[in-house]
Design a protein around this ligand. Structure first.
Ligand SMILES: N[C@@H](CCC(=O)N[C@@H](CS)C(=O)NCC(=O)O)C(=O)O
Length: 203
């Protein structure tokens, strides 16, 4: 299998953490994609021009990260990270969606900050900040349900860990831990999992 990646992408990190937790990371070769978007090399396989994109051994291109994670877990990893149909599954998928939403808004803030100053939208930045803050508040409120940060990790908590890691990487100035002590404590221990410490983004 081949995984198109960029080193700091939180979505790529989510895929790698899941693969490590499942013990199948060694089956994945990595292809750096430094240029993204239309016309890029990855766009030949993923018309959206985004990473992560996984090319399976039978030549199928899979995207986006939730699809890749479900493939790796279900096809090769023994199905530990995606619970079977039932309440635990919907809770894990909903939590992944929430964490992916934090990542989306956090990435948009980075992209916006790279635009020429006269093209930036303070309203868009403000909206993305509020989206992130609201989602983090929600996670703080449900922090007691995140489970043992040293125990089994489903796709929901893996995604939350990667979203928080990306906040530290790109938006440290937000001080997301402030006012969110339970989430901060959970993340402190979750970050120490070998899959998390091995995938700290270089920045
Ligand atoms: N929903 C996608 C989001 C992936 C994404 O936004 N990737 C970013 C890198 S962090 C990207 O490739 N951006 C390139 C672009 O938007 O042109 C997923 O879960 O994989």
């Amino acid at each position: 299998m081949k995984l198109y990646y960029s080193a700091n992408s939180p979505f790529v990190r989510k895929v790698t953490v899941l693969a490590m937790e499942a013990g199948i990371d060694g089956k994945i070769q990595r292809a750096p994609a430094s240029v993204l978007g239309p016309g890029s090399e990855v766009a030949k396989d993923n018309p959206l021009g985004k990473v992560p994109c996984l090319i399976t051994d039978d030549g199928q291109a899979l995207y986006d990260s939730p699809v890749i994670c479900e493939y790796l877990d279900g096809q090769l990893g023994g199905g530990k990270a995606f619970p079977p149909v039932g309440p635990a599954r919907w809770a894990a998928l909903r939590r992944q969606a929430l964490a992916d939403g934090i990542m989306d808004a956090a990435v948009l803030r980075v992209m916006e900050g790279r635009r020429p100053e006269n093209e930036r939208s303070p309203a868009a930045q403000d909206k993305n900040r509020k989206v992130i803050a609201g989602a983090l508040d929600f996670l703080e409120a449900e922090a007691d349900t995140l489970g043992d940060p040293k125990g089994a990790a489903d796709i929901g908590v893996i995604a939350v860990g990667c979203a928080l890691g990306y906040m530290d990487l790109r938006h440290g100035g937000d001080n997301w831990r402030q006012g969110r002590p339970k989430l901060a404590k959970w993340f402190e221990t979750f970050s120490q999992r070998p899959s998390m410490s091995a995938t700290v983004p270089p920045g």
